[in-house]
Design a protein around this ligand. Structure first.
Ligand SMILES: O=C(O)CCC(=O)C(=O)O
Ligand SMILES: [Fe+2]
Length: 529
């Protein structure tokens, strides 16, 4: 087909059936469950049933961006043959056959890769399957089996094109025409997790969205795929109804509908090297020459276009990175918030820009102590992260599956959380007590937020408040630094050394930017520290 699209960039229970009549309730799908759509009902001859099915599909696309598709017409035996063919293809002993398709140029129609790093762990074969079918020439049975599956999936592509067009309130050929689906560009990734040797991390495929109309996904065993919901929660695709296809709407449906149907971030985790999983993720895209832009039907004065229009080919070439695509989308959002004429005529002012972006900002508790002038700036940064529980403590790393060890590096006793580090941990608590003694600060407070509250509420002088805050900031910084030194350099310091360092850094900073108004009492107090 003489195209030059990098195929790498193309891919990175509830139910609705007439028998179960789930649709009679309402469209409030439980946020943790993945909706199930019965494909056959979308084309029911009973207009009432069809309308309800389309309503449900609309909710699934709007609120989720992903759903299981059942009764789609692809028979069970096709799925079985597909998984058998792919498992045979990935047979470890014949890896040399596969290596023939390792990347040669950015225009490869077939590409094999073995990725094994902290960021990605899978072996995959990607091939362009439509409008022309490409498959490895040395794999006859595999190629025929896969071609049968892709040909059947094209029916589903056209069917969903019609049904989703209707859910958008458009005529049924809307998507077909806008994406020129007849010559839609499909790329399929057949994935093996983990690759045929030990994986080097727990990530199968890192976070991404996929371009195109939608991705259809089938898998031989459940578990591994996770989808980020609109609410910012990772949903495990743990249970997939048998013979179901997971549909994940793509970036181009988002562009076409001007953000009404959003594409979703997803990823694959591989927990266990003993469990082998095969998946087929096929990206069904517009035609390469289709110019996709937000359609006028989704625009009005209050909703200008949020995305730029481009041909699909150009998009694939230019938008390899998911982050880049999100940044481009942000441009549209900003235009929505800011009047460009006012913006360019006025002198640029960071505070105004901030207010435009975040009109209803609320103050973070403790921000006065964090951004206190007497703090060493790098201390303020750690302080800022700590009061918002944003430090990469082990409880958070566990959630991201970056570590498996929850224990505190300072006391080895309890689980490392921000609360524990500041200052339930016996080690850090000892440092806190020594700092309080040094400052003559008589307060029973032992948690970070309590200390902040005490500084804010108690009638200390402004200067003392600033010194206490600076000491807290230095303490947090040194505890965090010490914790990191134990992890990365196996270096340990005792509380006495840490406290000496805190006293020293605080004094240097405070003396160098001594405030203009400090009472004699406070000056004497400070000089005796
Ligand atoms: O294998 C999976 O579950 C998903 C793969 C995927 O997201 C992709 O290839 O784009
Ligand atoms: Fe994907």
């Amino acid at each position: 087909m003489g195209t030059s699209v990098p195929i790498d960039d193309s891919l990175s229970s509830q139910c609705f059936t007439p028998n179960s009549i789930c649709y009679t309730t309402n469209n409030n799908i439980n946020a943790d469950e993945i909706p199930t759509i019965d494909y056959s009902v979308l084309f029911s001859s009973d207009p009432n049933i069809q309308a309800k099915a389309l309503d449900y599909l609309s909710t699934a696309c709007h609120n989720y961006g992903f759903f299981y598709l059942v009764n789609h017409g692809v028979p069970e035996y096709v799925f079985k043959s597909v998984f058998k063919a792919i498992s045979d293809y990935f047979e470890p002993t014949v890896i040399e056959d596969r290596m023939k398709y390792q990347k040669k140029s950015s225009t490869d129609m077939i590409r094999w890769e073995l990725r094994s790093s902290a960021a990605e762990n899978r072996e995959y074969l990607k091939m362009v399957t439509h409008p022309n079918y490409h498959s490895p020439s040395n794999q006859t049975t595999f190629s025929e089996t896969m071609e049968d599956y892709y040909t059947r999936m094209r029916e589903v592509v056209h069917g969903l094109g019609k049904a989703i067009s209707k859910t958008l309130g458009m005529e049924e050929s809307f998507i077909e025409k806008a994406f020129k689906l007849e010559s839609g560009f499909d790329v399929s990734a057949m994935n093996l997790y983990p690759p045929n040797f030990k994986s080097k991390g727990s990530m199968g495929v890192p976070d991404h969205t996929d371009p195109g109309f939608f991705v259809s996904l089938i898998q031989d065993i459940n578990g591994g795929l996770q989808i980020l919901s609109h609410q910012g929660k990772w949903i495990d695709v743990n249970y997939m109804p048998s013979n179901a296809i997971l549909i994940n709407t793509g970036d181009h449906l988002e562009i076409l509908s001007n953000g009404k149907y959003k594409s979703h971030v997803h990823r694959v985790v591989v927990d266990n090297n003993n469990v082998k999983r095969v998946s087929v993720a096929t990206l069904h895209g517009p035609s390469l020459d289709a110019f996709v832009k937000p359609m006028p039907e989704f625009l009005d004065d209050a909703l200008p276009p949020n995305y730029d229009g481009t041909t699909y080919k150009h998009y694939l070439e230019a938008n390899g990175s998911w982050y880049w695509r999100k940044i481009v989308a942000l441009k549209g959002l900003l235009l929505n918030l800011v009047d460009p004429t006012t913006f360019t005529l006025k002198k640029y002012n960071v505070a105004d820009g901030y207010k435009w972006l975040w009109p209803t900002v609320s103050r973070v508790k403790g921000s006065k102590e964090v951004w206190n002038r007497l703090n060493t700036p790098k201390h303020s940064f750690v302080f800022w992260l700590a009061i918002q529980n944003r430090l990469k403590t082990r409880d958070r790393l566990l959630r991201f599956q970056i570590t498996t060890d929850p224990s505190c590096l300072l006391c080895s006793g309890n689980a490392e959380t921000c609360e524990h580090l500041f200052f339930h941990c016996p080690f850090s608590n000892e440092c806190l007590q020594q700092i309080k003694n040094w400052l003559g600060w008589k307060t029973p407070a032992t948690s970070l937020m309590d200390l902040v509250r005490v500084i804010e509420k108690r009638p200390y002088s402004a200067f003392r408040k600033q010194v206490f805050a600076a000491a807290c900031a230095a303490l947090l910084y040194q505890i965090w630094r010490n914790r990191n030194a134990r992890l990365w350099q196996q270096k340990q310091e005792d509380p006495k050394t840490i406290v000496q360092l805190i006293k020293h850094t605080c004094k240097i900073r405070i003396q160098s930017i001594w405030p203009r108004k400090v009472s004699i009492g406070d000056t004497t107090w400070y000089s005796e520290l």
